[in-house]
Design a protein around this ligand. Structure first.
Ligand SMILES: [Zn+2]
Length: 236
């Protein structure tokens, strides 16, 4: 090991001495080589299965063409996504990289889109959180597809939200639809015209967000709109 390799390691060890890191799942103190969650929780995470029924979300879609989700929004997954968003733990997204890569390997069709657009946060939430978790996910999707020889550009500001809307999870089904009406804006019509677009989101709830975004994109000339979500929340 040369100097340049050992120095960051000592730096990390020193940092951990003063600021011990805890597992995001069980709160055990992390070993130096552990990142985000401990080895035991990571093993549990790696055993988690993708959503049953071939991961495809079967909801009637008018504007969007297809929707996929990796995991159900519950238990450890819900906990991690929650921490990513509300505790600003963007480092925890790394834990999902392996699963994302495996998922995309199983679904080669998802690499045949022309463009990746993250579902935007509303301006106020983006400002509070300082990052959009869906944009970070979109970059990871891009990396995984690149490894498979598919180079799909990500346009982080390709789709924006016009105004602040209440969180979808707090609203009833009808209110959800109204909440999103006329919400999205396409930054460049030329960029989306005749393109097939893969939206990337952290949580798929009813499909109202996908439908509204797809409606906006199609009005601007997009040919096809699909959605890949990290998780799917089931409504009770
Ligand atoms: Zn743990």
């Amino acid at each position: 090991m040369n100097f340049h390799e050992t120095l960051p390691r000592y730096g990390e060890a020193l940092l951990r001495l003063f600021y011990p890191s805890r597992c995001a799942a069980c709160e055990k103190l992390l070993e130096l080589e552990e990142r985000g969650i401990c080895a035991v929780c990571l093993e549990g995470f790696q055993k988690l299965k993708f959503l049953p029924s071939e991961e495809r979300i079967r909801v009637p879609l008018t504007h969007g063409e297809e929707a996929w989700a990796l995991f159900r929004y519950e238990g450890l997954i819900k906990d991690l996504v929650h921490q990513i968003k509300f505790d600003r733990r963007r480092d925890l997204l790394e834990i999902f990289s392996g699963a994302l890569s495996l998922f995309l390997e199983r679904r080669p069709g998802l690499g045949r889109y022309d463009l990746i657009l993250p579902v935007p946060l509303d301006p106020r939430r983006q400002w509070q959180r300082e990052f959009n978790q869906s944009a970070l996910l979109a970059q990871r999707v891009r990396k995984c597809l690149l490894l498979r020889g598919r180079d799909l550009p990500v346009k982080e500001r390709g789709l924006t939200k016009r105004r602040s809307t209440p969180p979808q999870s707090l609203l009833g089904r009808e209110a959800r639809k109204l909440n999103l009406d006329q919400t999205f804006r396409v930054s460049s019509r030329a960029r989306v015209r005749s393109k097939s677009i893969l939206l990337v989101d952290d949580i798929f709830t009813t499909g109202a967000t996908l439908e509204e975004a797809a409606k906006t994109l199609k009005a601007q000339g997009a040919s096809r709109v699909g959605c890949l979500a990290l998780t799917r929340a089931l409504l009770h």
